[in-house]
Design a protein around this ligand. Sequence first.
Ligand SMILES: [Mg+2]
Ligand SMILES: [Zn+2]
Length: 441
Amino acid sequence: MFLDRDGVLNRNVLDPTTGEYGAPLAAKDFELAPGALAALLALRRAGFDLFLVSNQPNYAKGKSSLEELAAIHLRLEEELARTGIEFAAFYYCRHHPQGVVSGYSGACECRKPSPYFLLQARDSFALEMAECWMVGDRATDIECGRAAGVRTIRVADDHPSVKLRAAGEIRAEFEARDLAHATEIILGVAASTSASVSDSLPVVAILAGGLATRLGALAASLPKSLLPVGGEPFIAHQLRGLAQQGFRNAVVCAGHLGTMIEDFVGDGSAFGCRVRYSFDGDRPLGTGGALRRALPLLGDGFLVLYGDSYLREPFWPVWRSFADSGKAALMTVFRNEDRWGRSNVEFSHGEVLRYDKTARTPAMRHIDYGLGCIRGEALAAWAAEGERFDLADFYRDLLERGELAGFEVSGRFYEIGSPEGLAETDALLGGGLPGKRGDAG
Ligand SMILES: [Mg+2]
Ligand SMILES: [Zn+2]
């Protein structure tokens, strides 16, 4: 686990001379980020080695003495020692290309975004880079992580008034509110990609049969799943995302123009998955009917993902929560507050209280998230094969019978079902993934 320091472990501090937030200039200004120690402890308990990778150019810039930099580091060490958290190594670059102090100024090989320290750690500690993560709050952290071949999480700016992000900068695989949230993501993904778990993960059904009615002419000759997003058909991103989380079996439920999807995806091996297909036949079956038809391929319990959703949350905690609930299905919800689409779920204290896509109530603050879990036998008992119905009808009926579990995810969703959503997702997925830069990003 590679961790940036300022803005991740400790709070960024306002530098009055530049008006910018960054590293503390004095030990007295060192303040841990809320929840940072607990997060580090959880990572250590899960077996992660911790490495600090930090650019500290303030001596080179003439703003801080070396003693002060050492004192700030000591403050961090004190806090860690108090909690019994050990780091495997602390890597600091104290250089700056435009520094004023000789010996510390000019180009160096260790300053992020250079992956220098990560590669050094790989060699010293025999690390498997594909299993490592880099967590940082700046684009240079993410660039550094990607260059080293580790997975990346961008932590939100801890001072929202400051805009640190530039258009077209490299994107992280996940975004988190803070280190605690990043840790949740890492542990969730780590759990599902461990060899013992990955083999037992359920199939993911992708609902790829819908007509892209809101996209009009754009989708008239192309299934939504094949719309170009970030330079390639959308479903490629979905499948790769599943594989990265250890979910390697998918069933595409296809209807309208579905054979085009099969022509593109094939057996899925190009995306790290095994993909099979279920076709609606001569008339559309709706989201529920399509799943009902696909049941022989789906198994006892399965995940269902909307074909127009791009989700950046770990799926494993959702699945585990469903298994624990013992209910017939689980619906994921997101506290949307009408920001992206109209809220349609009343959710309180972990429970879905009402779900209605048409009749709106003022208490609806959440929206269904495009990801669910279903027990196959419950769906089989609810409708006959070949019947046309919407998955929402099934969920609503389960809700009335107390058989629908709820799971609140904290990260927002992206979707390609509307022109605005499509443009936004295209920018997200085209914005800097190596070799996949999109035209519209
Ligand atoms: Mg930082
Ligand atoms: Zn350096």
